[in-house]
Design a protein around this ligand. Structure first.
Ligand code: FEO
Length: 179
């Protein structure tokens, strides 16, 4: 079985064009950014936990897990294409924010940045005619629309809540329903 798999992988890398160095570098960089996103949201989860906002904390812990999976999508794609996986140091995220609203404003801004980076990667894949990478990135293009809508909606709703404590607790309960 292992031999068959090895032969298959060998043949696969023979028919697939080698990934260009600049594409490899750009994908490795984005993999690191996705892992950083996971760190950032895990740190936010701990911050919400410290405020006893358990629903917010759960929402962010799930988001952190999703970001880790995003990083793994790049990891897998690089490996499947016979490209080098270069794991680099992950920056330390902030440890606290001024308010739940500020944390979510940063989340929304961060997601907008990720969308722009994915767009740049798509442009690069087109320029280098790397169709397999382009195809892989299309999943992220769709995902980013969802991520921006979700986080912006929470920002707008938190602005409506303002300093209304009971409303914030009700909102926390709603966020805690995320599976
Ligand atoms: Fe993986 Fe939220 O971008």
């Amino acid at each position: 079985m292992r031999e068959i798999l090895k032969t298959y992988l060998f043949l696969y890398t023979m028919v697939m064009p080698m990934m260009k160095e600049n594409v490899q570098d750009a994908l490795n960089k984005q993999m690191n950014r996705e892992f950083y996103s996971s760190y950032l949201y895990l740190s936010m989860s701990a911050y919400f936990e410290s405020l006893a906002l358990r629903g917010f904390a759960k929402w962010m812990a799930i988001q952190a897990k999703e970001e880790w999976e995003h990083g793994m999508k790049f990891y897998k794609h690089l490996g499947e294409r016979g490209a080098a996986v270069k794991l680099a140091a992950i920056d330390a995220p902030p440890l606290k924010w001024d308010s739940p609203l500020k944390a979510f404003e940063e989340t929304y801004k961060h997601e907008q940045k990720v969308t722009a980076w994915i767009g740049e990667l798509v442009n690069l894949s087109v320029k280098e005619q790397d169709h397999a990478t382009n195809n892989m990135l299309q999943w992220f293009v769709k995902e980013q629309v969802e991520e921006e809508v979700q986080t912006n909606t929470i920002v707008l709703q938190l602005r409506m809540i303002g300093s209304d404590g009971p409303a914030l607790l009700m909102f926390d309960h709603g966020l805690g329903k995320r599976e």
